[in-house]
Write a protein that binds this ligand. Structure first.
Ligand code: WT7
Length: 648
């Protein structure tokens, strides 16, 4: 029992799929889900064979799964395919004139690309890469704003079999340089800059800085976007627009082995340098194709918008590869959600008739804080399905999303997954699953998920423990670039042959999963292991709180004591009285055990650029020690300085 995590969050509300939604859904009966799920677990090879056959293979695979070299799985061995052909060529006949990407820039400029046009551009782009000597297996860094050329760059690399390594455009020159070095990249694709909150975010200068002394990079392709002045190195730098115009629009897709590397994507661990997560071609395409189809219930008339940046795995899997493999209409937006005004996302939903909308809980909490009036101004009646990803969603935010955005008519899919899993793992199916606010519900097809103790025994209902995935799945990571040992240690050493995602979870009596945050974030108060996320959820349920982050600090008496960092709502009086009230509120909601020993008020919390609160930094602040470890992914350094009580 000592290693169990105590779960204290109780949420009893349930939401069955709305009948009008269910009537038209791809999957609409629980029996059907259960039958397919059983098959996917009992006989995964037959299940995945049936799905994989829907993709256009250049040469058929001989074997669905080879797990003999665990933990390195091989899926669809012997098969050949090309990810860009799966996304583009297969649709040319059936939907060549349909919109593939509907892009809007922050200033309001719109570009619409049909599947035929996108295909032609990607072919040109691929030819440009080849002319610059980039070939199959080479690594190419992509450092771009959210413009159509970013999606094209990714697909053009895939077309010639080059491995893309997208580096989020908000990262510093140093972070880019580290990733270029680690991956051994020989080319960079970038832009002069991008628009962000009405300002130019210059990118080319950061690339120039990153490349000082890096002679291995022979080519920098530069898209024109913001027209800012940039330096130019003759011979190395190439204007993308001009090169595309001069290139042929024909380029046969390179036949890639199912297990050939498709991309690297770096994810930061809680300690040490970022890990280059490796994803290969066949399994990743099968996984993202199927999850997009069923989780987002895509239909031919849908207008689908995932608000993530292509710099994150969510953008790879659910802006580019998954939706395009399904022939979807994909909305892509360059800018921030609150520029030039806090209703910008809803304006876009109305303007483009968005039907399926996928965003992050951190964004939802920001919308709540900005006020309903920015939502109510727009017609959101076309929306039929909502999704969330990235962190546990607190029930208050879930209910707000359901009412204010979804008009109580749209199912919400709370999707749990990771950079490493490549695609969605735990999720409702919107026409099937009765949802519970705060739960990512049940496993997707082929996902054998469980809650285990540290020693590997399966825990009983409602006992908090460690989330585990007991079988390989097609879109799983194949390794960490250049560090096999770290791959084995991080993910496969907790229990033999079982994947350890690093999250705490419990499963309720209905078999629903409730993610309790990263295991690194668990606090131990007087021998009780508590999930920080549940204490945060209790704090946020108070009307005076917008956001909260909870960490443990060493305490002589209790082992650890709870410290809460709280962002007060507009109009709330931060101070001792509110702190006492909040501590009392947590005690009522959860129990005295969880009462914070200290509450600190702050305007903002330190977050990664993907919106995740950086609790390990807060832990150091709470303990009053120097911050150690990687801070390169923090979004706004001034937040950190303020929290520590000085500006640096
Ligand atoms: C970690 C993975 C997957 C794309 C975005 C993040 C947390 C993710 C949920 C969810 C609770 C979630 C987990 C996971 N997480 N989705 N629906 N409910 N927690 O990718 O940066 O690789 O982070 O995000 O802790 O391990 P990532």
């Amino acid at each position: 029992m000592s290693d169990a995590i105590e779960s204290v969050l109780h949420e009893d509300r349930t939401f069955p799929p709305p009948p009008a939604f269910q009537a038209q859904a791809r999957l609409s009966s629980l029996e059907e889900y259960e039958r397919l799920y059983e098959q996917s677990i009992q006989d995964p090879e037959t299940f995945w064979d049936g799905i994989a056959k829907e993709l256009p293979w250049i040469e058929p695979y001989q074997r669905v799964l080879d797990w003999s070299q665990a933990p390195r799985a091989q899926w669809f061995t012997g098969g050949k395919l090309n990810a860009s052909a799966v996304c583009l060529d297969q649709h040319l006949e059936s939907r060549g004139d349909q919109t593939a990407i509907l892009w809007e820039g922050e200033p309001g400029d719109v570009v619409r690309l049909t599947y035929r046009e996108l295909h032609a551009q990607v072919c040109r782009f691929a030819n440009v890469l080849r002319e610059r000597g980039i070939k199959r297996g080479d690594r190419v860094a992509i450092y771009m704003p959210m413009i159509p050329e970013l999606a094209m760059a990714v697909l053009a690399c895939a077309r010639i079999g080059a491995v893309h390594s997208v580096v989020f455009a908000g990262f510093s020159a140093q972070a880019l340089a580290d990733r270029i070095d680690d991956g051994g990249c020989t080319a960079v694709i970038t832009a002069d800059g991008g628009w962000r909150r009405g300002k130019v975010l210059p990118l080319k200068p950061a690339v120039d800085e990153a490349l000082v002394g890096r002679e291995g990079v022979h080519t920098v392709l530069v898209a024109r976007r913001t027209e800012n002045e940039i330096d130019w190195i003759e011979g190395r730098d190439v204007w993308l627009g001009e090169a595309l115009q001069a290139a042929s629009a024909e380029c046969a897709p390179e036949p890639m082995d199912a297990e050939d590397l498709l991309f690297l994507l770096y994810t930061s661990g809680s300690t040490g340098k970022p890990k280059g997560i490796m994803h290969t071609t066949g399994g990743y395409m099968v996984g993202t194709y199927l999850t997009t189809r069923y989780v987002f219930d895509l239909r031919d008339d849908d207008v689908y918008w995932c608000t993530a940046d292509v710099g994150w795995i969510t953008g790879h899997s659910y802006i580019v590869y998954g939706p395009l493999a399904n022939g979807a209409r994909v909305v892509m937006y360059e800018g921030a959600p609150n520029a030039p005004h806090p209703g910008r996302f809803w304006e876009l939903c109305e303007k483009h008739g968005v039907t399926v909308f996928y965003t992050a809980p951190t964004a939802i909490r920001a919308f709540m804080k900005w006020g309903d009036e920015h939502v109510e101004r727009y017609d959101l009646s076309k929306l039929r399905l909502l999704g969330t990803v990235g962190e546990p969603i607190n029930p208050e935010a879930w209910i707000w999303y359901h009412r204010t955005i979804g008009g109580e008519r749209c199912p919400i899919v709370d999707t749990w997954w990771q950079t490493e899993t490549g695609g969605i793992m735990l999720t409702p199916l919107p026409g099937v699953t009765t949802t519970k606010p705060g739960s990512c519900t049940r496993p997707f097809f082929g996902v054998d998920a469980a809650v285990l103790s540290e020693s590997g025994t399966e825990l009983e209902a409602n006992q908090g423990g460690l989330l585990a995935i007991r079988r390989p799945w097609p879109s799983m990571l194949r390794g960490i670039w250049g560090d096999e040992q770290r791959f084995r240690e991080t993910y496969w050493s907790q229990w033999p042959g079982i994947y350890f995602p690093g999250d705490g979870a419990r499963r309720d009596a209905d078999g629903y999963f409730w993610i309790m945050g990263r295991v690194d974030d668990v606090i131990n108060v007087s021998g009780h292991r508590l999930s920080t996320m549940e204490v945060e959820s209790a704090l946020v349920s108070h009307e005076s709180v917008v956001e909260a982050a909870v960490v443990g600090r060493p305490d002589d008496l209790t082992g650890q004591a709870i410290v809460a960092f709280v962002t007060p709502a507009a109009g709330a009086q931060a101070g001792d009285a509110l702190a006492a009230e909040l501590a009392g509120h947590v005690a009522t909601e959860i129990g005295k055990l969880a009462r914070p020993a200290e509450i600190r008020f702050t305007d903002a919390l330190p977050k990664t650029r993907s919106g995740k609160i950086m609790r390990r930094l807060l832990r150091d602040i709470a303990a009053g020690v120097e911050i150690v470890g990687d801070t390169s992914t923090i979004e706004d350094y001034s937040v950190l300085a303020k929290l520590r009580g000085y500006d640096d």
